[in-house]
Design a protein around this ligand. Sequence first.
Ligand SMILES: NCCC[C@H](NC(=O)CCC(=O)O)C(=O)O
Length: 443
Amino acid sequence: MTAREVNFDGLVGLTHHYAGLSFGNEASTRHQHQLSNPRLAAKQGLLKMKALADAGFAQGVIPPHERPNLPVLRQLGFSGSDAQVLAKAAKRAPQLLSAVSSASAMWVANAATVSPSADSADGKTHFTVANLNNKFHRAMEAPTTGALLRAIFRDARHFAHHHALPQVAMFGDEGAANHNRFGGDYGEPGVQLFVYGREEGHGGLVPARYPARQTREASEAVARLHQLDAARTLFAQQNPAVIDRGVFHNDVIAVSNRQVLFAHQLAFLHQDRLLMELGEKVPGFTPVIVPDDRVSVGDAVATYLFNSQLLSRDNGDMLLVLPQEARQHTGVWRYLSELVESGGPIRELMVFDLRESMNNGGGPACLRLRVALNAAEQQAVNPAVMMNDRLFTLLNQWVDRHYRDRLTQADLADPQLLTEGREALDELTRLLDLGSVYPFQQE
Ligand SMILES: NCCC[C@H](NC(=O)CCC(=O)O)C(=O)O
């Protein structure tokens, strides 16, 4: 077994709904209060995982979180029985109930930043849980994310886990969505690129309309925690102008794999300088830059062209995993068709219907956490989370048994939904051999 990139996808939770919680994420705002279908959402995600596993890619799954998050409602002063807490929150603060019910943990590109062992001084794979403190509904993900990652990557000889950074704006950290790793073989030392939206206390350019969620201070702290070599670590600022046009994470406008960077012309501030630095540090660096006159930033955001997964086949060819919105857009699809014919590194396109997640601003890349693992580390991963025919069948049956096929904000007050969620997750922890990871299992 050689070193590989293993993709772990977030499984959509039972309370998936459209709450309009993410200012700056235009899909989230646009779909607020629309009817959602949690069962379909979970199945769309499972189909992507299964298709990629069938195509020979290593694929794992990361479970959803307990929602509604009753402990947080209690922390905010809602009291009584669980049913009373839900009823009071629904009446007095429906938007809060919605936030504590968000299934946003599905977007595991924001779960953590991961550094492969080849890049870290102690030879371990490092995980730092993202604090996601720009949005209340996401900031509450950190403790359960940490517990889940420890239950999946549980061998301390191989895996080092770090808690989320301090929960203040200065350390705003959105995890792997703002992180890229370049190199040759996945098991060889690589170059890590941390992308931030603002730098606290340095003046500098910042977006005017929408928040810059990731700070340079957070990126630097993660690089320190992961014991990275400064000579192979780069920090670059996202272009604030594109954040203002809906690029709330860097993975909405750029994606990398091995020696390739696939990005929009306007993705980074001082982009030419960054490409030059990458060219100096990454052997065989191959930028594939999409000009604004071929695909505008608006079209990139609408189609999530760059929120694709760039995967390597064993023969070295690369494959782009796209949402169907990219195929439905004539100009974007024409660009992509030319790209695969151009003789460059990207040779193949694969398209998935992920509409339920897309409508909240989460494409193929948002739904996955990349972990490059050598042979011994692959052996050390909890095998029960790895996708195969059997797990696919079990998880689909599990979804059929527990998930609703329509959900609105009003349904969140239903105490039955909480019970359904706990029963489902309790069963899931046994299916995936996770132990007691959820607060309700520890009461
Ligand atoms: N990487 C993709 C993350 C998408 C996520 N959307 C949300 O949380 C929307 C939830 C809602 O509005 O119901 C976000 O913006 O962080």
